[in-house]
Design a protein around this ligand. Structure first.
Ligand code: FAD
Length: 451
C-alpha cells in the first residue's frame, strides 16, 4: 500500500453505493483541499518524500530490471502491472492520494520516479490514468463510483483503460473528429461509429472512453465522451496494434466502432447535462456569428482531459531524462580515454552541467503548472503547455546527449540510453505536439488568432 500521508483520500472496492460515496468523498476532498494559499515550494515535505521513495523503490527493484526485456518483447507487461497492483501503486487509491496533495507536487514527483524506472513499463502502468482523469473530471458521482474501479480491475485480475480521442485524420486537429454518436430514442441507446487511432491500451482495455461528435455543426463543442466496456458492448473491435519506435512495452492500437450500442447513461456527465451543454453551445454558435467575437475556446472533452494532464506528462518525460542524465554522469566518471576520465574534458563535463540545469528548469515548470492546476489558478500564459513542451524537449536533448557521452556503447542495445532516447521522442508528439504547445502558448500570451 502507498505510505499513509495526511492528504490521503480513502478508496476501497466494495458495493456500488459504497464505492460511489467514496468517489464523491475523494472528489470533495480533492476540491476542498485546494487553495492558492497552499503556497508553492520546490522543497518536498515529508509526505512527498515518502511517496517519492516508495515509488522509486518499485521503479528500481521491479521496473528497471525488466525494462529491456519488455521493450524487446513489445508486449504489455501484465505481470508488472499486477506487481504494481499488489503494492497498491496501480490503484485509484494511490492516484487519488497523489492528486489529493494540495500542493499538486506529489503526482509529478511519483510519475517522474516511475518513468525513471522505464518509460514503456511506466506507460503500461499509468496509461489507464488518462481515461480515469476523464471520468473523474467529467463523470457523475455514480459514473465515477462504477467505472473507475473497473478501469483498474482487481489485484488478482488487473484491467487497463483507454482514452480514445485521436483518429487517422484527427490528431492535432481534434475538431476533425469524424467518429459519431447518435441517440436512438426508441432503444434509449447511443450508437457509435468511427475509427480511433493510436489509442494507448486500445482494444485491450476493459473500459474505453471514446470521444465522439454528437453535433458536427458545433465543432469541438459538439463532442462528448462515452464509456464503452469492451466486455459488454457489441461493435467495438481492436484494429491493428501499432509497432513503435519507443515506449514499446505500452500497447497502442486502433479501435473500430461499428454500430456500437451503449445505454443512454454511458455518456460522461449524463445525457441531461450533455443536452444542456449542447443547447448552450448552439446559443454560443449564434453569438459567434457576430463579427469580432472571440473564437478560440478550447473547452471540450479531449482538450479538458489533455490540458489537465500536461504537467503529469511532462513529469514522465523528466523521469526518462533523469535516468539518462544519471547514467551518463556515472559513465563519464568511470570511462577513461587519453589516461583521464572522460568527464575531465570540459566538453563532456559542460554537457552534463547543462543536462542537469535543463532538467531542473523543466522540473520547476512542471511543478509550477501542477501546483497551479491543483489550486485552480488559471493557466493565463498556457503554463501547462509550457511545462509539457519544455520537459519533452529536454528529454529528447538529454537522452541524445547521453548517447553521445556513452559513444559506441550508447548506440547499442546493450546499454539503456538508446532506449531512453527512443522513449523520450514521444514526448514531442503525443498529447499535443511541440508545435501545438507553442501555438497554445503564443495564442495565450498574445490573445490573438495565430495559425
Ligand atoms: C505512442 C502513442 C500513443 C498515443 N496515445 C494516444 C491515446 O491514448 N489517446 C489518443 O487519443 N491519442 C493518442 N495518441 C495520438 C497523439 O496524441 C497524436 O499522435 C498527436 O496528437 C499528433 O497527432 P498526429 O499524429 O495526427 O500528427 P499531426 O497532427 O498530423 O501533425 C504532424 C506534424 O504537423 C504539425 N502540425 C499540425 N498542425 C499544426 C499547426 N496548426 N501548426 C504547426 N504545426 C502543426 C505537428 O506539430 C506535427 O509535427 C498517441 C500517439 C502515439 C504515437
Amino acid at each position: 500500500m502507498p505510505p499513509t500521508v495526511t492528504t490521503q483520500a480513502s478508496w476501497t472496492e466494495g458495493p456500488e453505493a459504497e464505492a460511489e460515496a467514496q468517489a464523491q468523498s475523494a472528489k470533495a476532498q480533492f476540491e476542498s483541499t485546494a487553495s492558492p494559499e497552499s503556497g508553492f515550494s520546490p522543497v518536498l515535505n515529508q509526505d512527498q518524500k515518502d511517496i517519492r521513495d516508495w515509488v522509486h523503490g518499485f521503479a528500481a527493484d521491479v521496473v528497471r530490471p525488466a525494462a529491456r526485456e519488455w521493450d524487446e518483447r513489445e508486449q504489455t507487461p501484465w505481470l508488472i502491472i499486477q506487481e504494481a497492483a499488489k503494492i497498491g501503486l496501480y490503484s485509484f487509491e494511490s492516484l487519488a492520494q497523489f492528486y489529493a496533495d494540495p500542493t499538486g507536487i506529489t503526482l509529478p514527483v511519483a510519475f517522474e520516479e516511475l518513468f525513471w524506472g522505464d518509460g514503456g513499463i511506466g506507460m503500461a502502468i499509468i496509461g489507464t490514468t488518462l481515461a480515469v482523469s476523464s471520468i473523474f473530471g467529467q463523470g457523475t458521482g455514480e459514473q465515477i463510483g462504477e467505472w473507475i474501479p473497473r478501469c483498474f480491475g482487481s489485484v488478482d485480475e488487473p484491467k487497463v483503460a483507454a482514452f480514445c480521442s485521436s483518429e487517422p485524420n484527427a490528431g492535432s486537429d481534434v475538431s476533425a473528429i469524424r467518429c459519431t454518436a447518435k441517440f436512438d430514442e426508441a432503444a434509449n441507446e447511443w450508437v457509435l461509429n468511427g475509427q480511433k487511432a493510436w489509442a494507448t491500451n486500445g482494444g485491450i482495455a476493459d473500459v474505453h472512453v471514446i470521444v465522439a461528435s454528437v453535433d458536427r455543426e458545433l465543432g469541438t463543442r459538439g463532442h462528448a465522451a462515452f464509456l464503452v466496456p469492451m466486455s459488454e458492448a457489441t461493435g467495438i473491435t481492436e484494429g491493428s496494434k501499432v509497432s513503435k519506435h519507443g515506449l514499446r512495452a505500452s500497447h497502442t492500437a486502433d479501435v473500430f466502432l461499428d454500430d456500437c450500442r451503449i445505454p443512454a447513461e454511458y455518456v460522461l456527465g449524463g445525457k441531461e447535462k450533455l443536452d444542456e451543454r449542447l443547447a448552450a453551445a448552439r446559443e454560443r454558435a449564434t453569438a459567434l456569428a457576430t463579427p469580432g467575437a472571440k473564437r478560440f475556446t478550447p473547452s471540450n472533452p479531449s482538450m479538458a482531459t489533455f490540458e489537465a494532464s500536461r504537467p503529469a506528462v511532462g513529469a514522465q518525460a523528466l523521469g526518462i531524462a533523469r535516468a539518462a542524465y544519471e547514467y551518463s554522469l556515472d559513465y563519464a566518471k568511470e570511462r577513461e580515454q587519453f589516461k583521464r576520465k572522460i568527464i575531465q574534458n570540459q566538453s563532456v563535463a559542460f554537457t552534463l552541467a547543462r543536462m542537469k540545469m535543463e532538467l531542473d528548469a523543466a522540473r520547476l515548470l512542471v511543478w509550477r503548472a501542477s501546483w497551479m492546476a491543483r489550486n485552480g489558478i488559471h493557466f493565463q500564459n498556457a503554463e501547462g503547455s509550457m511545462s509539457k513542451l519544455k520537459a519533452g524537449e529536454v528529454a529528447v536533448w538529454v537522452t541524445e546527449r547521453a548517447i553521445q557521452i556513452l559513444g559506441g556503447n550508447g548506440y547499442t542495445r546493450e546499454f539503456p540510453v538508446e532506449r531512453w532516447h527512443r522513449d523520450a521522442k514521444l514526448y514531442d508528439i503525443f498529447e499535443g505536439t511541440a508545435e501545438v504547445q507553442q501555438l497554445v502558448i503564443a495564442r495565450a500570451i498574445s490573445g490573438m488568432r495565430i495559425e
